[in-house]
Design a protein around this ligand. Structure first.
Ligand code: AMP
Length: 148
């Protein structure tokens, strides 16, 4: 995918936003949606996607990009707490040459635990029961933290 490629309305995340495909949602607001990555690089890997039809950082408005970072900033501490992870990593890929596989702008939040390597990017599909349970735990922690 080229960086100036037109937005594809039928990409996987556009379908998730329309409700045409399921996801394990952990947070949503007017501008963003956060859900579990189905091929997690570590337990608790969450994606924050924009609700704007934008492919990458070059084609999204600054305002919509800020909304993605605002949500990331808001929910990352709760993900870290829920997963009892001492650290976490953010990643946002632009263009297939950078490894981007879904042409809809998103931020990866990947909990990290010292000494444990992260898994390969977008390779191994998680056990769905396990992913659902982790998603529920993270969603509950986010809701509790936001209620405080
Ligand atoms: P990127 O390669 O940065 O575009 O990241 C896309 C991410 O989406 C990868 O980490 C995939 O594991 C993840 N992914 C692909 N399909 C789905 C899906 N249906 N639901 C949740 N995550 C997905």
């Amino acid at each position: 995918m080229k960086l100036d490629e037109a937005y594809d309305d039928n990409n996987i995340f556009a379908k998730i936003l329309r409700g045409d495909l399921p996801s394990f949602k952990v947070y949503e607001d007017a501008h963003t949606l956060a859900f579990m990555d189905i091929m997690p690089q570590s337990p608790g890997h969450v994606l924050v996607i924009t609700k704007t039809p934008a492919t990458n950082l070059l084609t999204i408005s600054a305002e919509a990009a800020r909304a993605v970072m605002d949500t990331t900033h808001k929910i990352a501490p709760s993900i870290q707490k829920a997963m009892q992870a001492p650290g976490f990593m953010l990643a946002q890929l632009n263009g297939s040459e950078a490894g981007q596989t879904v042409p809809h702008l998103h931020m990866h939040i990947v909990p990290r635990t010292g000494g444990i390597d992260i898994g390969f990017h977008a390779r191994d599909v998680a056990d769905m029961d396990e992913l659902k349970a982790i998603g529920e735990k993270i969603a509950a922690q986010i809701a509790a933290d936001l209620a405080d």
